[in-house]
Design a binder for this molecule. Structure first.
Ligand code: ZN
Length: 309
């Protein structure tokens, strides 16, 4: 399997206060776990900045400008509770969205089979005009729109296994029958959305909340019984994955009980469906994951599965 791995040194210039969970070290923790022998065939490249055209398919120009202007020259500035800008935030966020587009380009043209972008800030809480939950631009949404606008994809499925509900992604697509959004997440956790009753104006949203304490077996059952049949029935041309690793039992922000190997199992289950319906095309984008060591191990298990191991 040809698997593309995207990252960029500028992600570390998006700074956070000392006790903030979304720290620059998160990306290095993943990169270090991908240095071993098992990953020698990984195709590595650098992210590129998103273009104005690409980002404005999701976020109005005035909102993009608002984020750029808000970023302080020195120090930190909070734009909502825990969502904080430093001087390097805007460039990092544009690289993270651009990486999503680059991954779509390489996967849709068949240069690679699948791709994983290790980027920060994350994206799935950002809606078209609102930053929140550590997120500024919604990279999964930008990826889906890029696949449609630049590569002729008719339908894109976004699957989100981050422990938090991707309220921004749901909000962006909640009346769009061409994009299917499916999420497993811990019930009643931040941001408080993602009830099973939220099905979208076009019937294109599927939320499967899991009770606190649920482990990987519960998640796999949710995938096999609910998420994967719905994705297969949607017949997407591309599968975008919002890959957060904060359902790991060691994560400080949530109370699910996944272990790193569960991410390989869930990834293989997604790959099996992608093989059947969209030529195996998967673009996976990092979202959360806040225990540094568990994040590195979990992302490595995910990438190893994408590589076909
Ligand atoms: Zn999360």
């Amino acid at each position: 399997m040809r698997t593309l791995f995207l990252s960029h040194p500028r992600y570390r210039d998006h700074l956070a206060p000392p006790n903030h969970p979304e720290q620059p070290e998160r990306i290095a923790a993943i990169e270090q776990r991908l240095e071993g022998e098992a990953f020698q065939h990984l195709i590595r490249d650098l992210a590129r900045p998103v273009t104005d055209e690409e980002i404005q398919r999701v976020h109005p120009a005035a909102y993009v400008d608002h984020i750029r202007i808000q970023a302080p020259h020195d120090g930190l500035m909070s734009i909502s509770n825990d969502t904080i800008l430093s001087n390097g935030t805007y460039e990092a966020a544009r690289l993270a969205a651009g990486a999503a587009c680059l991954a779509v380009d390489e996967v849709m043209t068949g240069l690679v089979d699948n791709a994983f972008s290790a980027a920060r800030p994350p994206g799935h809480h950002a809606s078209a005009r609102h930053a929140m939950g550590f997120c500024f631009f919604n990279h999964a949404a930008v990826a889906a729109r890029h696949a449609q606008a630049a590569h002729g994809a008719e339908r894109v499925a976004i699957v989100d296994f981050d422990v938090h509900h991707g309220n921004g992604t749901q909000n962006i697509f909640q009346a769009d029958a061409t994009v299917f959004y499916a999420s497993i997440h811990q019930a009643q956790l931040f941001p408080g959305t993602g009830e099973a009753s939220e099905t979208g104006a076009a019937g294109n949203i599927l939320n499967v909340p899991l009770n606190a304490g649920a482990n990987g077996a519960v998640a796999l059952a949710a995938f096999n019984d609910r998420i994967l049949p719905a994705v297969a029935a949607f017949r997407p041309d591309l599968l975008v994955l919002s890959a957060g690793f904060d359902a790991h039992f060691r994560d400080p922000l949530a109370d699910l009980n996944f272990v790193e190997g569960d991410y390989a199992v869930l990834t293989r289950a997604l790959m099996e469906v992608a093989d059947r319906v969209c030529g195996g095309r998967i673009v996976s984008l990092l979202e959360g994951g806040y225990d540094i060591d568990a994040l590195g191990l979990s992302a490595a298990a995910h990438v190893s599965a994408l590589m076909g191991h």
